[in-house]
Design a protein around this ligand. Structure first.
Ligand code: NAD
Length: 491
């Protein structure tokens, strides 16, 4: 998307939209029906270099001269302008992802704007460090810490919540006075491109926010992460990609923040409020067609309520309406792409080979001819798989889960932790002591009790083990996006 032609997705470099200097383009196609949305202009090495040079220069220009209060006010203006243009952002996000508009207008777009406000507030309110230090001569010293921006931040984004997850990084990066070079997912170039218009409208100095389009290896993703002018890299995406980025960041000893994959458990105890647990698990398994990093793919249910839980979840899942984004009745849109559909389907086939009981789904739904080329998939529930089945071990990132009974707290904690990942968990019980006991023993960065996806943006967000490095959110983001200088002043 560019100001002149909405079928073209240009790079946004130094405050200007421009095509890739090497003339390379690729198609952006709709996951709903395979139709052509537009042409994306792939950034070359030279374009990425221009973006980094512009971002570096902007660190010394009017952006650096702004007071904290003025910068915070500018972040509020960005948020307000996103809100004012919510319909444009919604259209771009829905076109790229195929997700229900009813979902994107409640989550993706408003949260995309909120991310600028919360960090504008955080930077104004976080206190500095101060230590009075005794010295042998009795006069003493004072130590205080100064925070400064880290520099140019490379922001590498996924496709599942494009605006929300991008601004989750760009918001705090700008709040702390950094400049950014954003590489949106090749699947979802729209909202990051559109945000350039917002930056220009509210007067963000040129070079502060840059967008380069392309793929990962051998393309814009690698060009950004390997560029030595990029001072730190923040990434959300697959664990495998995060490992490659961490290796790239080792060159030049640059900092990384990695938010990666998961294989998240939900644990339902027999004393849970079953209505709440079903409602929450329906969302955690199926929302956004199962393409949420925090989503549930392993469900553990205490044996006395196992059959009832499986039947109720299956009944509700079967009743979901699979459909196009602008139908308000749609519960489930398509997957992001035909390629991802094939990946999810291969897991569905493996489940059958491994002897799963397919409770519902397992295939591709038959929809009308007009959407026959879309990346549709059935919501799917399995039981009876072994604990070491690939379905139970690997992240699928589709609308599916395996449900397994358990008999004791100790057993279910061991099962939940038996994974290389450690992102999120949901625990359903009315016993508060048990809730706390279990939550404190789960190896995860986020544990919800009797809820899911309830977020306070001031809290730490991130994963343990193969799910990530570092935490973002509230003051945790400020840790990553700033450098600290300790000043020791002898009195
Ligand atoms: P992905 O890793 O395939 O791609 C993410 C981004 O990395 C894209 O922009 C891609 O072009 C880029 N990229 C790929 N290879 C690269 C390389 N070698 N160097 C530099 N950049 C490279 O992930 P995806 O498929 O877009 O997203 C889905 C994944 O993201 C899932 O695993 C999901 O769990 C994870 N995710 C995690 C969180 C979290 O907060 N932990 C949130 C959302 C998604």
């Amino acid at each position: 998307m560019s100001p002149t032609n909405i079928a073209e997705f240009h790079n946004f470099i130094d405050g200007q939209y421009r095509p890739g200097s090497a003339g390379a383009t690729f198609d952006n196609t709709s996951p709903v029906d395979g139709s052509h949305i537009g042409l994306v202009h792939e950034a070359s090495v030279a374009d990425v270099n221009d973006a980094v040079v512009a971002a570096k220069a902007a660190l010394k220009g009017p952006w650096a001269a702004m007071t904290l209060a003025d910068r915070s006010a500018m972040l509020y203006a960005i948020a307000d302008e996103i809100d004012r243009r919510a319909d444009d952002f919604l259209a771009a996000e829905v076109a790229d992802t195929g997700k229900p508009a009813s979902l994107a207008c409640h989550i993706d777009i408003p949260r995309g704007a909120a991310n600028f406000r919360i960090f504008a507030d955080s930077v104004k309110n976080v206190p500095g460090e101060f230590f009075p230090t005794p010295t042998p001569d009795g006069t003493g010293a004072i130590n205080y810490a100064l925070r400064s921006p880290k520099g140019v931040i490379g922001v590498i984004c996924p496709w599942n919540l494009p605006l929300l997850l991008m601004t989750w990084k760009v918001g705090p990066a700008l709040a702390c006075g950094n400049t950014v070079v954003v590489k949106p997912s090749e699947e979802t170039p729209g909202t990051a491109t559109l945000l350039g218009e917002v930056m220009n409208t509210v007067g963000v100095p040129r070079g502060v926010y840059n967008v380069v389009h392309g793929f990962g290896p051998g393309s814009a993703g690698e060009f950004v992460t390997s560029h030595q002018g990029v001072d730190a890299i923040t990434f959300t995406g697959e664990t495998r990609t995060g490992e490659a980025i961490m290796k790239a960041a080792a060159d030049g000893t640059r900092d990384v923040s990695l938010e990666m994959g998961g294989k998240n458990p939900a644990i339902i105890f027999a004393d849970a409020d079953l209505d709440d647990a079903i409602e929450g698990t329906m969302r955690s398994v199926f929302v956004n067609c199962g393409q949420v990093c925090l989503g549930t793919e392993r469900v553990y249910v205490e044996r006395p309520i196992f059959d009832e839980f499986v039947n109720r979840l299956a009944t509700e899942a079967k009743a979901m309406k699979i459909g196009v984004p602008d139908d308000p009745a749609t519960d489930l849109g398509p997957l992001i792409s035909l390629e991802h559909q094939q990946k999810v389907l291969s897991y569905y086939n493996k489940a059958v080979e491994e002897g799963a009981n397919v409770v519902i789904g397992g295939g591709v739904p038959v929809l009308g001819d007009d959407v026959a080329k879309g990346a549709w998939i059935e919501p799917t529930i399995w039981t009876d798989l072994a604990d070491d089945s690939v379905l139970v071990v690997e992240e699928i990132f589709g609308p599916c889960c395996h449900i397994r009974p358990f008999d004791s707290e100790e057993e279910v904690i061991a099962l939940a932790n038996d994974t290389v990942y450690g992102l999120a968990a949901a625990v359903w019980t009315q016993n508060t002591s048990r809730a706390h006991r279990v939550a404190s023993q789960l190896d995860v960065g986020l544990c919800w009790v009797n809820s899911w996806f309830l977020r306070d943006l001031r809290t730490p967000f991130g994963g343990m083990k193969a799910s990530g490095i570092g935490r973002e959110g509230g003051v945790h983001s400020l840790e990553f996006y700033t450098e600290t200088t300790n000043v020791c002043l002898k009195l």
